[in-house]
Design a binder for this molecule. Structure first.
Ligand SMILES: [Mg+2]
Length: 419
């Protein structure tokens, strides 16, 4: 069996977690670039607010029903996400983070009759410690765990378990095909044209038909519906996420600027590499530092800032420049930090306009972007062959005097501040 823990209405729940006055009220969170709805509370869902709907379309509804529209605080969401994922890990041998608010739980070897207890314990811990409601599903495959979670959430349950195929088949006919994990708009259209409207109809098709129409991805989904596990997370992780982040807790409090600077370079490089791997580019960069929450001498330090880029970007050099700029702005001389992180947000599919044949003057910016793109692709290719830590920015090198190993080597003297 495999489990899935999924936070309900995550961004809204995060806002409620720090502001209980929002409880029970219709709330939406809007994206910061175009003001589209990216999260809805159950109350807003009931009023008919759609996911992705632009704010101007629901202006009347917002007024009439006093919907509270918030602009996203993504560093807060990231912070809560890390802590919620840590909670998941306390109850299972290991967990694979799938997105900011979802984790697959490895429950291999755990007796099936203990699973409800584990689910209940995870729910209680997330609610009591973070005020984040989660839904948990267990099933023989990842796809079925997704279904178990979705069905429970819709039915207002905290926990759903699909034990075997006979169990699964019972609910298939009630689930529209577009709710199947990995089936996007394009595939839905194709399946509709072929008379497949529900997961039940899809599962009833011949596997050869599925293979021919949808290739290996479709076949994997089909097999998973028939309780044959075959989806690995590396099959899906290249899907476009809306944000990526990387952060670490230091084993000791750190006051050294150069050390933190080198970490920020490393985290940014890592995020940028992932961003390129999913063929995306981002429009926002955030950096955050955290003081030690267990030092009760002062309110916990949490300097952070998000900067919006003038144009979408995925190259390590530009993103690092921006991140270090932010660091210089938020770093507090003499303060001790326990954690640092980088966040890339407002991710979209990479669009690289090829220079048109008819353009008499080549846009210098486009040309630079194309060159940078080639350069980054080359570096990624080399690093993919020899291990991604081999080629990086010189600015990530710092004397390893804090004596801790977070999996990145750093063995040279760093350039000193602002050089
Ligand atoms: Mg969720």
């Amino acid at each position: 069996m495999i489990g899935l823990a999924d936070c309900n209405n995550f961004f809204v729940s995060c806002e409620r977690s720090i502001n209980p006055a929002l409880d029970g009220k219709p709330v939406v969170v809007l994206s910061n670039n175009d003001g589209c709805v990216v999260a809805r509370s159950n109350e807003s869902k009931r009023l008919g607010v759609k996911m992705g709907q632009p704010a101007f379309e629901i202006r009347d509804m917002i007024e009439k029903h006093r919907i509270i529209a918030l602009s996203g605080n993504h560093l807060l969401y990231r912070d809560i996400s890390l802590r919620v994922h840590d909670i998941f890990r306390r109850f299972v041998p290991s967990a694979l983070d799938y997105s900011v608010d979802e984790s697959f739980l490895d429950v291999n070897g755990i007796p099936v009759d203990v699973l409800p207890e584990i689910g209940e314990a995870i729910y209680n811990a997330c609610w009591k410690e973070m005020r984040i409601p989660v839904t948990i599903g267990f099933a023989p495959t990842k796809t079925l765990a997704k279904i178990a979670t979705e069905v429970s959430k819709k039915g207002g349950q905290r926990l759903g378990i699909i034990y075997d195929e006979a169990d699964a088949v019972k609910i298939y006919d009630n689930i529209p095909i577009y709710d199947l994990w990995g089936v996007g708009r394009r595939l839905t259209k194709m399946l509709y044209q072929n008379g497949v409207y529900t997961i039940g109809q899809f599962a009833a098709r011949d596997v050869e038909w599925v293979k021919k129409k949808m290739g290996v991805t479709g076949e994997r989904s089909w097999r998973e519906l028939h309780c044959q596990p075959c989806i690995e997370l590396n099959h899906v992780e290249r899907l476009l996420q809306d944000s990526i982040s990387e952060s670490r807790t230091f084993p000791e409090d750190v006051t050294d600027y150069d050390y933190i600077r080198a970490r920020i370079v490393i985290y940014t490089s890592d995020c940028a590499r992932k961003l390129r791997a999913m063929n995306g580019e981002c429009r926002s960069v955030g950096v955050f530092l955290r003081g030690n929450p267990f030092r009760n001498t002062e309110p916990v330090l949490r300097p952070e800032r998000v900067v919006r880029l003038s144009s979408p970007c995925n190259d390590t050099i530009t993103l690092t420049e921006v991140a270090l700029d932010i660091l210089d702005n938020i770093f507090i001389e003499g303060a001790a930090f326990k954690r640092a992180g980088v966040w890339l947000g407002d991710i979209q599919k990479c669009v690289l306009r090829p220079g048109s044949l008819f353009e008499t003057e080549v846009d210098a910016k486009t040309e630079k972007k194309q060159l940078m793109n080639k350069f980054m692709k080359t570096i990624d290719k080399i690093n993919n062959v020899v291990g991604y830590k081999n080629i990086g920015l010189a600015s990530q090198l710092v004397k390893g005097h804090q004596g801790h190993n977070d999996g990145y080597s750093s063995s040279f003297q760093a350039p000193s501040r602002k050089k």
